[in-house]
Structure formats: structure tokens, C-alpha cells
Design a protein around this ligand. Structure first.
Ligand SMILES: [Zn+2]
Length: 196
């Protein structure tokens, strides 16, 4: 048919459902408040971190790997991508690990969306939300629903301690002396100190 159906012609129907969030181009990635050592910059020697991030920039051609854009003051920034893994342990315990899966080169605008909590702290939530909506082609309602879901997941994850696993660095030729912090979460982290 040459004419679009009423459903297809409605912006709210096209962008308003959470189903459209299944594979967004730009996602929010909030690091739990309870992660032990939350980024590579804080745990690697400065020269190693500089080498790793510059390698990511070069591999991406100094362009954002999501929108292909560049920042005005500097073209791209290094974004650490993590996944979250729960490991069943003896006696019914569970260990939670934040596992490095990639390092992306992102323009400042896309990187700001990844860390939407920091954007909010800096008073830049409206700009970050607008960029998230623009890159994904979302309505305001869908963008807000997605952000609320991201913060809900963040709150859930921030109720327990997370160790850090950076073994992925070995796949790109870096061999840090320690690949996991700490060796045992339960021995070194006071779970009772985690705020609800
Ligand atoms: Zn970008």
C-alpha cells in the first residue's frame, strides 16, 4: 500500500513503546555506586591507561564509534564498557563481578549519555537526554522511560558489592599484573556497609 497505516504515522506509537528500546544505538551505562575501584584510570599506571585509550582512539580513526562525530575541544574520549555477572558460590553466597568487555572511543556528547548520573550532577541532564533521544530517534516519553529503567537497574545493582575483572585487556595486548580486584569480595568488603 502506498499510504502508511494510522499506527505507523503516529510518532508516539512509533517511538513510545518500550519495545523500541530493545536495541538502541546509544545506551546508558551506569556504574554501580558499590563497585570496588570503578574505572581503569584509578587502578592502572597512568602510562598504561594513556596507551590503552590512545589505542582505542586510533582504532576508531578519532571519530565516535556511535555517531561518527567529534567533540569541539577534543575529538573522542575512552569509554569502558562493562557487563555484570553473578557467580554462585558455596553456602548459598553469590559474588558479583563487573567485567570489562570493551573500550570504545566516543565523542563527549555520547560519552556523557553513558554516564547520565554524572550529567545530572553537572546540571546537564536536559542536554544529555536530548542527545539520547536524537541519536536513537526516540520521543521524549520513550527517552524518559528508558532513563528511568537505567536508574532503576543502577539502584538494584548498587545494593551489593561488585568486584572488578579487567582480563579483557589481555585480548588487546595489555597484561596488567592484577586482573581482578579484590581476589575475594567477601573477605575484603564489608557488605553491611553497602547502603540500601
Ligand atoms: Zn558520538
Amino acid at each position: 500500500m502506498a499510504t502508511a497505516s494510522p499506527i505507523d504515522s503516529s510518532p508516539e506509537t512509533r517511538f513510545g513503546g518500550l519495545e523500541s528500546c530493545a536495541l538502541p544505538r546509544l545506551t546508558v551505562e551506569l556504574v554501580p555506586a558499590t563497585t570496588i575501584c570503578s574505572n581503569l584510570r584509578s587502578i592502572l599506571p597512568p602510562e598504561d591507561w594513556d596507551g590503552i585509550r590512545r589505542q582505542a582512539y586510533q582504532n576508531a580513526g578519532y571519530r565516535c564509534e556511535i555517531c561518527a562525530g567529534k567533540g569541539s575541544s577534543h575529538p573522542v574520549e575512552a569509554h569502558e564498557q562493562w557487563t555484570y555477572v553473578e557467580l554462585p558460590m558455596p553456602a548459598g553466597h553469590t559474588e558479583s563481578w563487573q567485567v570489562l568487555t570493551s573500550i570504545w572511543a566516543l565523542c563527549p556528547a555520547c560519552h556523557e549519555v553513558k554516564h547520565l548520573g554524572f550529567a545530572e550532577q553537572k546540571g546537564r541532564l536536559p542536554q544529555a537526554m536530548a542527545w539520547l533521544a536524537a541519536i536513537n530517534g526516540w520521543s521524549f516519553a520513550t527517552t524518559v522511560a528508558y532513563a528511568q529503567e537505567a536508574f532503576s537497574t543502577w539502584r538494584q545493582r548498587s545494593r551489593r558489592p561488585w568486584g572488578l575483572d579487567i582480563g579483557w585487556l589481555e585480548t588487546i595486548g595489555w597484561h596488567p599484573p592484577v586482573l581482578r580486584w579484590p581476589p575475594s569480595i567477601r573477605e575484603t568488603f564489608d557488605v553491611s556497609s553497602v547502603r540500601p
